[in-house]
Design a protein around this ligand. Structure first.
Ligand SMILES: Nc1ncnc2c1ncn2[C@@H]1O[C@H](COP(=O)(O)OP(=O)(O)OP(=O)(O)O)[C@@H](O)[C@H]1O
Ligand SMILES: [Mg+2]
Length: 156
């Protein structure tokens, strides 16, 4: 709440608020977002080291209420693609998460359940991202496409 008041009053419009993060539109750049909240400085570090897999980091502001300015990804299409290409085919899988991607056999088992070539390709790309950044929170809302159509993770 503190963040909402502080930032809304002098920064951009609130785009998304979750329990641990608030995300605002950067008023100066339509293709950038301002993210505040839990562990944003750590996010910025991981994002910076993995710009191939994560949003580009434009600014990092430390202090009592740290915030970062990052590349805005196209999330609606990524969520729809993830649902339609992976979740729809996958059904229920136990221990879905980082370990599924880390372990070759479990990765392959899930991949074999996917019925489309497009889905298998997306799944390969997700694995690349997950292993590169040690992603734990793997779900439909934590991915987005950049301007070139490259899938990236927006959360860890
Ligand atoms: N770089 C980005 N580009 C586009 N949207 C973003 C970006 N970063 C965050 N968002 C939006 O803000 C939401 C919350 O961000 P984030 O995932 O970092 O926080 P969270 O606390 O884990 O919330 P959630 O439970 O929704 O995943 C995301 O689900 C997404 O819709
Ligand atoms: Mg998230």
């Amino acid at each position: 709440m503190k963040y909402t008041q502080t930032f809304e009053s002098f920064i951009g419009k609130l785009v998304k608020q979750s329990q641990s993060h608030s995300v605002y539109q950067d008023p100066k750049h339509h293709d950038r977002l301002i993210k505040t909240g839990k562990d944003v400085l750590e996010h910025a570090n991981v994002f910076k080291q993995n710009s191939e897999y994560c949003p580009i980091v434009y600014e990092v502001h430390e202090g009592d209420e740290p915030y970062i300015v990052i590349e805005k990804l196209e999330t609606d299409k990524a969520t729809i693609d993830y649902e339609r290409l992976i979740n729809k085919d996958r059904g229920y899988v136990h221990n879905w998460g980082y370990n599924t991607f880390k372990n070759n056999k479990s990765f392959q088992t899930v991949k074999d359940t996917l019925t489309t070539e497009e889905g298998k390709q997306m799944f390969d790309r997700i694995r690349e991202i997950v292993l590169a950044i040690g992603m734990k929170d793997i779900h439909t809302r934590n991915f987005g496409y950049d301007k070139k159509g490259k899938l990236k993770a927006l959360d860890l």
